[in-house]
Design a protein around this ligand. Structure first.
Ligand code: NAD
Ligand code: MG
Length: 386
């Protein structure tokens, strides 16, 4: 095995994936790019493969295989297609760390396979921990695998914990920008158009997470993600709206001391830290200037309007596959909103009704998550069809 760290990026054509490639490109003596994968964006995957020369590429959509295969015919690159291939490439001997930058439930299986194969995980795909946090963290413990967070809030918590792992966490505060509709009432939200929802004030991200940020589902998913990553009880996790997105999250210890991690909003930093931990590499990212931000403000999230946050807390109370059901409902409702099939506030309704309508399975193992995910998707799709 080479001295360099072998990286597989699942979802290299997305917002996180493309930024991760820039990070990896900046430190050629430290990283070897082994694998890149995409869902449907064959064109960009081909371009990336030609430029970065990984060992292997996977296009998840099998119909696009001939296109990718032909385009890379003259390159020394293995080309695969389909979900199974995604699960197999992460097991390759040259891969040390798997960056899960694909979106949604599709990330669960390859992440489990990577953990089973003993690979370090740099986790951007929060849905994996939301859906099956108990299973994923149990397996990681069994296999002695570390999961390093890429999500900025969780990276912030992790950075605050460096040097403090022996100290108990009393509480954490996840910060939220509040999204583009902060301060809006339920009536005003009824007429929100997708173009408005797709404009996030501080971060440029993939479509799904941008809508999740506008509905506060993203923060709900992050609360669940934090529960599993840091092994916390729900009452130890609080959310505070911080519109400037400079304080990325905070930890409160048992002596009352609080630590925060701060910086300009730029995902490249948490991506890089997840890949270089415990080291910090020199960057030329823009530095924070206090005079540009004379005021950092904090406020309560409006839970009565943005109901997804409470739904997320409710799933932690319910346990079993409840969070998996909520996640599936949300993937379906967000997709329907993006296709102009439902209105913005219908997302809350569909999520809530699916969570109450589909039974949660207790003490779930992998097949139970698959069952709950399927049932919840069907249930939510029926609601949309009505
Ligand atoms: P994105 O939509 O920009 O990119 C998603 C990537 O996954 C693309 O490469 C796409 O081709 C691939 N993909 C999509 N569906 C797939 C499938 N079914 N099978 C295989 N590959 C598939 O998304 P993103 O914004 O980069 O987010 C990726 C993940 O990171 C999400 O879970 C998101 O919540 C999380 N995250 C993103 C940000 C951000 O700033 N973008 C911040 C924190 C966390
Ligand atoms: Mg986040």
């Amino acid at each position: 095995m080479s001295e360099k760290k072998g990286i597989a990026i699942l979802g290299s054509t997305g917002s996180i994936g493309t930024q991760a490639l820039e990070v990896i490109e900046s430190y050629p003596h430290f990283f070897n790019l082994e694998v890149i994968t995409a869902g449907k964006n064959a064109q960009l995957l081909i371009e990336q493969a030609k430029k970065y020369q990984p060992n292997a590429v996977v296009i998840a959509d099998v119909d696009l295989y001939p296109l990718v295969k032909d385009a890379l015919y003259n390159e020394d690159i293995h080309v695969y297609a389909g979900e199974e291939a995604l699960c197999q490439v992460v097991e390759s001997g040259n891969v040390d760390t798997v960056l899960t930058a694909l979106v949604g439930y599709a990330g669960l299986k390859p992440t489990l396979k990577a953990i089973e194969a003993g690979k370090t995980i740099a986790l951007a795909n929060k849905e994996t921990l939301v859906v099956a946090g108990e299973l994923v963290t149990r397996l990681a413990k069994e296999k002695g695998v570390n999961i390093y967070p890429v999500d900025s809030e969780h990276s912030a918590i992790f950075q605050c914990l460096v040097g403090e792992f022996h100290n108990k966490i009393e509480k954490i505060y996840l910060t939220a920008s509040g999204g583009p509709f902060r301060g809006w009432d339920a009536k005003a939200l009824e007429s929100v158009k997708k173009e408005q929802a797709l404009k996030h004030p501080n971060w440029s991200m993939g479509a799904k997470i941008t809508i999740d940020s506008a509905t506060l589902m993203n923060k709900g998913l992050e609360v669940i993600e934090a529960k599993w990553l840091f092994q916390l009880q729900p009452e130890q996790i609080d959310v505070v709206v911080h519109p400037q997105s400079i304080v990325h999250s905070l930890v409160q210890f048992e002596d009352g001391s609080m630590k925060a991690q701060m910086g300009l909003p730029d995902m490249k930093l948490p991506i890089q830290f997840a890949l270089t931990y415990p080291n910090r590499f020199v960057t030329d990212f823009p530095r924070f200037n206090f005079m540009d931000y004379p005021k950092l403000t904090f406020e309560q999230p409006d839970r009565s309007v943005f109901k997804n946050l409470d739904l997320a807390y409710k799933t932690m109370e319910m346990g079993g596959t409840a969070a998996c059901i909520l996640n599936a409902a949300n993937e379906i409702s967000v997709e329907a909103f993006l296709q102009d099939k439902i209105g913005f506030t219908d997302i809350f309704r569909i999520n809530e009704r699916t969570l109450t309508g589909v039974p949660s399975i207790n003490q779930p193992e992998y097949p139970d998550y698959v069952t709950s995910d399927t049932l919840a998707r069907e249930f939510a799709a029926k609601l949309i069809g009505k």
